[in-house]
Design a protein around this ligand. Structure first.
Ligand code: FE2
Length: 170
């Protein structure tokens, strides 16, 4: 067995602040993934995945938008030093600033499992686009990839019902 190791969330957050990638993976094993993320400008989609998630706010404040089974959008405010549990299958959209830092614990996906990323029209709530992905390795930064896919296409960002076009964050 390799030696065990303690990690400083403060030091890791500082390294994520200056990095190109907004996420640093602390470990990935068959049963757990841990990563520290800084906020993303314009986080807008709802992530629906097969793993429970535990989120701990290292610094700053997050507005975690989520959808109830009835489709109602709610917001949980997670403040610095607070922790929460987001059950598997709850569509959630973690919105916090690039100078705030979040620790996320979840489990590695099984080979057959899929993650879903859903965008809705911000004016009329009509579904705009859904990306479905296998996420075998979090180092691939799946969120950045589906964001590029969505924002690089005016067609995907245009509401078929009301015509509103979601804008790429500045
Ligand atoms: Fe719309």
């Amino acid at each position: 067995m390799e030696e065990l190791e303690a990690l400083s969330l403060k030091e890791i957050s500082e390294s994520v602040r200056g990095a190109v990638k907004p996420v640093r993976i602390l470990w990935q094993t068959p049963d757990t993934i841990a990563f520290v993320a800084r906020g993303r400008k314009g986080r807008s989609e709802f992530h629906n995945d097969p793993s429970d998630e535990v989120m701990y706010m290292i610094s700053g404040t997050m507005n975690l938008h989520y959808l109830t089974p009835g489709g109602e959008e709610k917001i949980l405010v997670l403040r610095e030093g607070e922790i929460m549990h987001c059950p598997a299958g709850v569509p959630h959209s973690p919105r916090f600033s690039p100078d705030a830092f979040l620790l996320v614990l979840e489990r590695k996906r099984r080979p057959e499992e899929l993650d879903r990323f859903d965008w809705y029209c911000e004016k009329c709530r009509t579904p705009l686009y859904q990306a479905v992905r296998k996420v075998p390795d979090y180092n691939e930064d799946p969120v950045s990839r589906v964001y590029e896919e969505f924002y690089s296409s005016a067609e995907k960002r245009t509401c078929g019902k009301c015509g509103h076009v979601a804008q790429r964050p500045a």
